[in-house]
Design a protein around this ligand. Sequence first.
Ligand SMILES: Nc1ncnc2c1ncn2[C@@H]1O[C@H](COP(=O)(O)OP(=O)(O)OP(=O)(O)O)[C@@H](O)[C@H]1O
Length: 284
Amino acid sequence: MSALIELERVGRTFPVRSDTDKRIHDFVALEDVDLTIGAGEFVTLVGPSGCGKSTILDLVAGLAEPTSGTVSIGGRPITGPGLDRSVVFQQYTLLPWRTAQGNIELALEAKGGLNKAERASQAEEYLRLVGLADFANRLPGELSGGMKQRVAIARSLSVQPEVLLMDEPFGALDAQTRELLQEELLGIWERTGTTVLFITHDIDEAVFLGQRVAVMSARPGRIREVVDIRLDRSGAGDHDIRGDIRGDIRGTQAFAGYRHRIWNLLRERSAGSVGRREGVASVA
Ligand SMILES: Nc1ncnc2c1ncn2[C@@H]1O[C@H](COP(=O)(O)OP(=O)(O)OP(=O)(O)O)[C@@H](O)[C@H]1O
């Protein structure tokens, strides 16, 4: 697999005012971060609150610049946002006055290159991909949280980005909808071959989705270890997105082993800032 995204010795500092002497000083959010993501790979990034996950995503999205080191895509330094990368945030960012279909068409209009009929047909196709073909004419206010997030994912995918950047996209959803959308996202990833960088607090979510899980430590934010996930995902993709969850890989011993390993990696460095019991899967 060829490298698509590369972070090399990346550092990022922010000027902040000290609590004690009120002077401005540099807060080191990221230090010496190295991470390579292959074309078509699904990488999850997990770590304690404030360790710099969103900062990494912002750098790859081109919304911020590193203070040191380089962030590149396809061998070229990232200098700003681009149509090759699409971002899905935790909060649904749909325009409330446009229908599900209208929101997607708007993204396609911004991208350019398609006429009105082509935009409409592409929007329909992506709504179908996320199981919302029958909700095309609903306004966001008439959709559930999970449906809104599916529209946001469809919108991001409709512009056919090389890379999908997801910042806790399922964080605001109930547990059942969250698991359903995780299943759905994996299916979409398998079908489209899009490269995905997915941020989460949730160890189970990281293990379930990622081909590799990059585990971060905090203060300063660093990649502590990248764990290869090898789970038997046979049967992936042949599920019904409206309810029939595929064989529950989360219940296997292999899954528990990865959960345990990642939990320990997080606990070693951030004892005190994470949950106390091992059974707690979230580190937020
Ligand atoms: N604009 C900013 N100015 C000052 N400090 C910032 C700024 N943005 C982020 N930080 C700090 O950088 C660190 C990393 O923040 P970031 O949002 O990337 O963490 P995170 O791992 O995504 O956290 P969470 O999981 O809680 O969302 C935090 O300590 C945060 O306070």
